[in-house]
Design a protein around this ligand. Structure first.
Ligand code: SF4
Length: 323
């Protein structure tokens, strides 16, 4: 069975971009593959969060992952920092990685602009740790969004270099395309993200979601209620594509083009369909929050299972490189 490794950063409350881009895929992938799913708290340190906030974010993320349907009996769910072999392999890999290759990473440039006052070395070598995250489990498949494809290419390059010098040790991981690689934010201008404040929270109450949707960008040509719209360029319509069934999408598109509905009607319909997905997740999350001991147990058990595999890989790497 192919082995999948995927990680998600604990950077604040989960939003529907995380759900569509990662969690929903995880739920599907656990049916077909041997899966290692990690809450990558070491990566989160690149933004230097408050310690207490980071711990809380890790816990809330674990709750969100479980509430969304990831089954710890099927997949190994763990916290990255509980498996120190990730960092150890990252160091070995950083000695296999050329500065020129890291300099080409577009995500480093993007993130540097976003946190211009904190351009740290961890941000620069982030893709090396990411390569270690995948390869410490010798995973051969990785579900990544389009913005991570370049990092996976670098991981493959590191594997080729390592295997070329020390002999066949790691597989070259390939991309498993995610169904929703890039979910745009409510501003319609950038990827949905908590830090940009353009997100629809996964645990949000329906009233709050509707309030946010009211301000969401739509087709700029629909200035008045009876102006015909263009659903194909409307960001709100793209959300319908994820949460409404095909017949509803077709009807909304036709009604938008003929101006039979206004944007508020369209957004109300979307809010209803969003709630059909978010409501049960929110309820399961509440139940999980009431049983913190069970969360600890799941993460400890996942950490132990992950560590057993990671240790095997690291023993082999140590032997190969002469440590
Ligand atoms: S009716 Fe819906 S699809 Fe059409 S422009 Fe308004 S929000 Fe977008």
């Amino acid at each position: 069975m192919s082995r999948i490794m995927s990680g998600i950063q604990p950077t604040g409350s989960l939003h529907i971009g995380n759900y569509l881009g990662a969690l929903l895929n995880w739920v599907r992938l656990q049916e077909e593959y041997e899966c290692y799913f990690s809450i990558v708290d070491l990566h989160a340190l690149t933004a230097r969060p408050e310690p207490q906030e980071l711990r809380l974010a890790v816990r809330e993320l674990a709750i969100g992952v479980l509430a969304s349907g990831v089954d710890p009996e099927r997949a190994v769910l763990f916290v990255q920092s509980q498996v120190p072999e990730h960092s150890e392999l990252a160091w070995v890999f950083s000695c296999m990685t050329q500065m020129g290759d890291l300099n080409r990473m577009t995500q480093f440039k993007d993130k540097s602009q976003f946190q211009a006052d904190n351009i740290n070395a961890g941000l620069f070598t982030y893709p090396v740790l990411q390569a270690a995250d995948i390869l410490i489990y010798r995973a051969d498949r990785v579900p990544v969004g389009e913005d991570q494809v370049q990092h996976l290419e670098l991981a493959r390059e590191i594997v080729r270099r390592f295997n070329g010098i020390y002999g066949q040790t790691f597989p070259e991981p390939i991309v498993v395309p995610a169904k929703a690689p890039r979910v745009m934010g409510l501003d319609g201008e950038s990827k949905m993200s908590k830090s940009r404040g353009n997100e629809i929270g996964l645990f949000e109450e329906p009233e709050e979601t509707m309030k946010k949707l009211r301000g969401a960008k739509t087709d700029p040509q629909r200035l008045r209620r009876n102006d015909p719209g263009r659903p194909e360029i409307c960001n709100v319509f793209s959300y319908h594509g994820y949460f409404s069934d095909a017949a509803t999408c077709e009807q909304i598109a036709a009604d938008c083009r003929s101006a039979s509905i206004g944007c508020v009607d369209c957004k109300q319909s979307l809010a209803g369909n969003l709630e059909k997905v978010k409501g049960p997740i929110r309820e399961r999350a509440q139940e999980l929050r009431a049983n913190q001991g069970a969360i600890d147990e799941i993460l400890n058990e996942g950490g132990n299972r992950a560590r057993a595999v990671a240790k095997e890989t690291m023993d082999l790497v140590r032997e190969r490189v002469g440590l």
